[in-house]
Write a protein that binds this ligand. Structure first.
Ligand code: SAH
Ligand code: SF4
Length: 360
């Protein structure tokens, strides 16, 4: 029996070089291969024409650069595209491409399911099955690139220009793999997306926030969603461990945050729950002095959800109060709701049937 092929996607630059060195290849060969995989997006060793034929055959006998299987693709009426990806062990996760006029963001998952159970989040009703590996995180970008046809990595005018770590899971609970994956995606001889175009969203894993700034260096988004601990304890249960004061302290200390690079506070608008003018005023008081902006997210419904989205007038008023306090607070236009691809709606299909924390 032949040994299973090793997937090269997900090795960082150092590991990649070491892997090839171990089979007797020179560092320049590692560089060439990296370029084929991450800059050109080639999936077939035989087509890597700058490599000697003998090397191509050797690599094909040892390695694979196969992507996960796309179990399902859905396209929204607003052109968002959602892919359900199936990994080698049968687990699945979703990623979503959100195109704009002249650019676009890929929303990537970090875990299959989530251990946290935010009251308004569909992913949160699914148990954590496991962390995604660095390779499985990078592969989400590669699948999207394949689908959009954006190889080799264009210098300007990219359709896939930004990344948001806002899919399934809590990225700071899978720190090492997320860090590694983002470094591979940022590598300038490969996919080359700048850290300024990458945003990581956390529900508030306070002890990991400084490392996120120092070791990954991406933009930070924080899921705030409430102005008091009493309410946040209910909506975002991690608050019981890391309450608002601790969270905001970590935001004040976030490496690299300044007026040009603000922390985004995400705030889901829940009718009659967290959307009063008094809530908005309390937020202004709380975050005074933090280089921040808000992102107001109209609640995206899912079957059995115990909330409704705030009225348009309430959201407008809320936004105006924050603006008057000197904060930008745009209302996020929901994208891909018709295919359950909007914020907080993701859930892997097979999981939906099998392992809900609550009955679906
Ligand atoms: N686990 C991370 C990132 C994924 S969720 C986090 O919680 O930050 C991305 C954003 O969508 C978060 O701000 C999350 O709170 C929000 N969200 C979750 N469910 C939602 C829903 N049903 N409607 C609108 N936003 C939601
Ligand atoms: Fe997990 Fe984020 Fe959903 Fe909370 S909002 S359950 S942290 S994915």
């Amino acid at each position: 029996m032949t040994a299973a092929l090793k997937n090269l996607i997900g090795l960082d630059r150092g590991e990649f070089r070491a892997e090839l060195e171990a089979i007797g290849e020179q560092p320049f060969r590692a560089k060439q291969l990296w370029h084929w995989i991450y800059y050109r997006g080639e999936t077939d060793f035989a087509k890597m024409t700058t490599l000697a034929k003998e090397a191509r055959q050797r690599f094909a006998g040892l390695y694979t650069i196969a992507r996960p299987t796309v179990s399902r693709e859905q396209v929204s009426s607003d052109r968002s595209r959602k892919w359900l990806l199936r990994f080698a062990d049968g687990n699945e996760a979703e990623s979503v491409f959100i195109p704009e006029e002249d650019r676009g963001a890929l929303c990537m998952s970090s875990q299959v399911g989530c251990t946290l159970s935010c009251a308004f989040c569909h992913t949160g009703t699914q148990r954590l099955v496991r962390n995604l590996t660095a390779g499985e995180i990078v592969a989400q970008m590669m699948v999207a690139r394949d689908a959009v046809g954006e190889w080799p990595s264009p210098k300007d005018g990219r359709l896939l220009s930004n990344i948001v770590m806002m899919g399934m899971g809590e990225p700071l609970y899978n720190f090492d793999n997320v860090k590694k994956a983002i470094h591979i995606i940022m590598d300038q001889e490969g996919i080359s997306i700048s850290r300024r175009k990458i945003t990581l969203s956390t529900s508030g894993v306070v002890p990991m926030m400084a490392r996120c700034g120092e070791e990954i260096g991406v933009n930070l988004a924080v899921s705030l969603h409430a102005a008091t601990d009493e309410l946040r304890d209910k909506l975002v249960p991690i608050n019981r461990k890391y309450p608002i004061a601790d969270l905001l302290k970590a935001c004040r200390a976030y490496p690299g945050a300044n007026n040009a690079r603000r922390i985004t506070f995400e705030y889901v608008m829940l009718k009659g729950v967290n959307d009063s003018p008094a809530d908005a005023k309390e937020l202004l008081r709380l975050i005074k002095g933090i280089p921040a902006k808000f992102n107001l997210i109209p609640f995206n419904p899912w079957p059995g959800a115990p909330f409704e989205c705030s009225d348009r007038a309430a959201i407008k008023k809320f936004s105006e109060i924050l603006n008057a306090g000197g904060l930008s607070a745009p209302v996020r236009v929901p994208r891909g709701r018709d295919i359950m691809a909007a914020c907080g709606q993701l859930k892997s299909a097979s999981e939906r049937q099998r392992r809900s924390k609550v009955p679906a």
